[in-house]
Ligand binder design. Sequence first.
Ligand code: FES
Length: 85
Amino acid sequence: MGLEKEKYLKIRKAQAQGVRTVEELKEIESLLRNACACKNVTIDEVVKAVENGADTVEKVGEATKAGTGCGRCKGIISDIIENKR
Ligand code: FES
């Protein structure tokens, strides 16, 4: 699964600087768990939609709103669908 470049750079920067606080750890955790930043949809929510029968990026969008903003996360959604087949 490809992480978006922006998130990847933020995580790498945090690693390089040394994460010190629980808040910083939580922020990284939420970045890693989030599938769609525009609509604030977690990877878990996308996985549940796929398990409930959403077998296309469009159907996941109808169920969760993920991928209905900028569309940048459609690759991640597609990866999740592929991995659940
Ligand atoms: S990040 Fe999902 S639509 Fe923009």
